[in-house]
Design a protein around this ligand. Sequence first.
Ligand SMILES: *Cc1c(COP(=O)(O)O)cnc(C)c1O
Length: 412
Amino acid sequence: MHHFEMRDGELFAEEVQVADLAAAHGTPLYVYSAATIRRHFDAFDSAFSGLDHLTCYSVKANSNVNVLRLMGEQGAGMDIVSGGELHRALTAGIPSGRIVYSGVGKRAEEIRAALEADILMFNVESLAELARINDIAGDMGRKARISFRINPDVDPKTHPYISTGMKKNKFGLDIEKSLEAYQLARDLPAIEPVGIDCHIGSQLTSINPFLEALDKILAFKARLDDMGLGIRHLDLGGGLGITYNEEEPPHPREFGEALTSRLKDMDLKVILEPGRVIVGNAGILVTQVVYLKETPSKRFVIVDAAMNDLIRPSLYNSYHRIGEVAAHDRPKAKVDVVGPICESGDFLARDRELPGLEQGEYLAVYSAGAYGFAMSSNYNSRPRAAEILVDGSTARVIRRRESYDDLVALEK
Ligand SMILES: *Cc1c(COP(=O)(O)O)cnc(C)c1O
């Protein structure tokens, strides 16, 4: 469910006409719907109301400070994966006691900054990282709360680049070796083991892999209990999928009910790290047709958005629905929608049936709110797009379009 809809042949974002935004702010342009973000956050968070829980939005999905602030106002915590994301979360006014820190390569200065901020916990992914956190916390006269990220070896049945909980992935600790890791952590002076963490992948369209992982984690927790390690936090990561095309992912309610029935009688605080499911369908990328081009084998629609703006089609071969901003009745044709970048991998859609398009018209690329702007770059010296947040009938620029001067500003 989202708040982008056609009314009398014109695309609206909530109460604002998308064509007006494109004309006023130029393209390519990211447009987010605040009502959609609030609604998705609320639907997710309330699915766990039967449990002591904290929903830590995964900052990397869409890191704009204004987007973070919107969720912070609803009581969200944040899941961060870098010092930069810590800075964003704190800038957005997120209480540090609601921040968890994941990732395999935390550097010393990032660990120090997170300890200084006194975040809720580190999700630790190796013994080398554990030793480093212990050293730094010891030097600072602090105790670091940690969970180990356990790799439960389950197949999330998603794209290989976003599967993270299988034996061959770089993430987490092997579940067989983890008992020793907790024993070690318990005896370190500046470490307090408080939780167990796992995150098995992204864009999951079934809850079965989550439940399979949960069963393994709970069996493991029982062994920790036997050791007298009082674990209170259970972080189950993110990964719930969304509809890009014809996927039918479970509703957060179904996910919440399944977890609640398994966890309700346990003395645990459950942490969830949703990203895509909150913001994915809360954003569109608006682009303009630059040229139409026909070759003997293909029809190309060349638009002004490219893989530097939205890399998901190029990186994961992923599908994004593309629709008109102003509807018209033209016969359909099969086209490739491509950007101006000098790579044949620069496409937004291939062999897509679209209504006949004309030079200069606007198109909306849907489901672009997660891993869209956040993964954008300046490749081909393309200034990054502006971002707009629509809230009811107001539209606010939450990141201005980069200029050519911005492109060279750090190269003095
Ligand atoms: C990316 C990530 C998430 C969020 O994943 P989504 O699929 O966007 O929900 C959560 N936790 C960790 C550790 C991640 O790396």
